[in-house]
Write a protein that binds this ligand. Structure first.
Ligand code: MN3
Length: 206
């Protein structure tokens, strides 16, 4: 059965950019809900319970119709949030001098241009979804994309470096309708060490 990973920081660790109440509800209610719903959907599919979430999400087409949507939505929710918590940290970290910084600058012209494009992806995703910095598994190129609902880039051949939850549940208590303010503030809590680590892992895997 799938389980919620422990959160590596306290609910108030990302204040004032992400408030403690939002973190607590997001983690204990929303994320836990995805885990519970995924387990419920897989209850009568013992064969699927033994597969990793990554494996399930990259082989959606092979799943029985009865569980496919649950894996996409609930499994995707579990997968995305598990990544999301690790991509943030208290105080944030600066982007180091490593390969990721060089690759971002090369791909997007400058770090500021990357941020602008990423913010646009986050702000223009209609309804609920995510903004992502990914690597295309075929070309090895960095790309910015967004996905609706809990869809994940791995289901369409992309590997995740960084992701931002833009569901209203991620920001509404503190920012209400001001998604753009939340997106801009989020840079203060990005864990670039983790993003760099993700990028290196992705490059090794393709
Ligand atoms: Mn969320």
């Amino acid at each position: 059965m799938f389980k919620l990973d422990p959160l590596l920081y306290s609910y108030d660790a990302l204040e004032p950019y992400i408030d403690a109440k939002t973190m607590e509800i997001h983690y204990t209610k929303h994320h836990q809900g995805y885990v519970d719903n995924l387990n419920a959907a897989l209850q009568s599919h013992a064969d699927l319970q033994n597969r990793t979430l990554y494996d399930l999400l990259t082989h959606l087409e092979s799943l029985p119709a009865a569980v496919k949507m649950a894996v996409l939505n609930q499994g995707g929710g579990h997968y995305n949030h598990t990544l999301f918590w690790t991509m943030m940290c208290h105080g944030g970290t600066l982007l180091g001098k490593g390969d990721l910084q060089a690759a971002i600058t090369k791909r997007f012209g400058s770090f500021d241009q990357f941020k602008t494009q990423f913010e646009n992806a986050a702000k223009t995703r209609f309804g609920s979804g995510w903004a992502w910095l990914v690597v295309d598994a075929k070309t090895g190129e960095l790309e910015i994309m967004s996905t609706p609902n809990q869809d994940n880039p791995i289901s369409v051949g992309k590997q995740v470096v960084l992701g931002l939850d833009v569901w209203e549940h991620a920001y509404y208590l503190h920012y209400q309708n001001r998604r753009a303010d939340y997106v801009a503030a989020w840079w203060n809590v990005v864990n670039w060490d983790k993003a760099q680590e993700n990028y290196e892992q992705v490059l090794q895997s393709i």
